[in-house]
Design a protein around this ligand. Structure first.
Ligand code: CAA
Length: 258
């Protein structure tokens, strides 16, 4: 299906979703969010796809935030509905079974930083810039930033970044745990593909169940989280992947996961 504001490329078991509004540094309006959602649903439903990468079109910006021009005359109700829609789209990334890697190739500000934080793994180019500049525009973060950032980098750092509207570069984002790795811009996509391939070689069900266990577990107390984990561990034994993985180990061969 062709999209107006995103490009969805499929390469074997990998899907690459490119947010494609370069004239606005890939800023998110409602149509772009709707395209991202539709593309994510396509990825989740496509049995051939194991891993997705999200990146931005061009070499300057991942996503420069929600579209400020689009939002500026919103009523209270429109603003609330827009935030709820952005939250729904980004939450889908966490709820889908397939892992999603953010390949952050430039500005990841406001809604862009929030999109990156909703992904499972964040890889950044050296020129990436992160921040939640919303308070400088007279608003709060609205696509999950007040919730995901403190969980990811701790409350103190999240409050500092949010209250000061400061932008930080990739090396600082790495230092505080906002991104997993930093690469020269020219190597970012190759590194993201390499990681996607490494994940794709594992048992798909076990990766998906691990994602579920981690994401659900992060929102509940430890005992409830442990119970989620033991349920998912048990579920693995109803799936062929477990038989193949353990049989391969016992017989000293490489597993051949379907
Ligand atoms: N919304 C709408 N348009 C945007 C945009 C945004 N978030 N970010 C950039 N653009 C547009 C610019 O208006 C400009 O358009 P024109 O060429 O038509 O003037 C074009 O993209 C290029 O941008 P700049 O000329 O500003 O490029 P630059 O290199 O000088 O600066 C930048 C880059 C620092 C990212 C700057 O564009 C910027 O500060 N953008 C806004 C970042 C921001 O505040 N994001 C948060 C938005 S609020 C939000 O996201 C709320 C939420 O949580 C839901």
């Amino acid at each position: 299906m062709p999209y107006e504001n995103v490009i969805l490329e499929k390469e074997g078991s990998l899907a690459v979703l490119i947010v494609n509004r370069p004239k606005a540094l890939n800023a998110l309006n409602k149509e772009t969010l709707a395209d991202i959602k539709a593309a994510l649903e396509d990825i989740e439903q496509d049995a051939a796809i194991k891993v997705a990468i999200i990146t931005g079109a061009g070499d300057k910006s991942f996503v420069a935030g929600a579209d400020i021009a689009y939002m500026q005359n919103f009523s209270v109700q429109e603003a609330r509905a827009f935030a709820a829609f952005g939250q729904e789209v980004f939450r889908f990334i966490e709820l889908m079974e397939k892992p999603v890697i953010a390949a952050i190739n430039g500005f990841a500000l406001g809604g862009g930083c929030e999109l990156a934080m909703a992904c499972d793994i964040r890889l950044a180019a050296e020129n990436a810039v992160f921040g939640q500049p919303e308070v400088g525009l007279g608003v709060t973060p609205g696509f999950g930033g007040t919730q995901r950032m403190p969980r990811l980098i701790g409350e103190g750092r999240a409050k500092e970044l949010t209250y000061t509207a400061a932008s930080i570069k990739a090396d600082e984002a790495f230092r505080i745990g906002l991104v997993n790795h930093v690469y020269p811009a020219a190597e970012l996509m190759a590194e993201a593909r390499k990681m996607a391939q490494k994940i794709g070689r594992q048992a798909t069900t076990a990766v998906g169940y691990s994602k579920y266990s981690i994401n659900k577990g992060m929102q509940v107390d430890t005992d409830t989280g442990m119970s989620i984990e033991s349920s998912m561990f048990g579920m693995c034994f109803s799936v062929e992947d477990q038989k193949e993985g353990m049989n391969a180990f016992v017989n000293k061969r490489k597993p051949n996961f379907k």
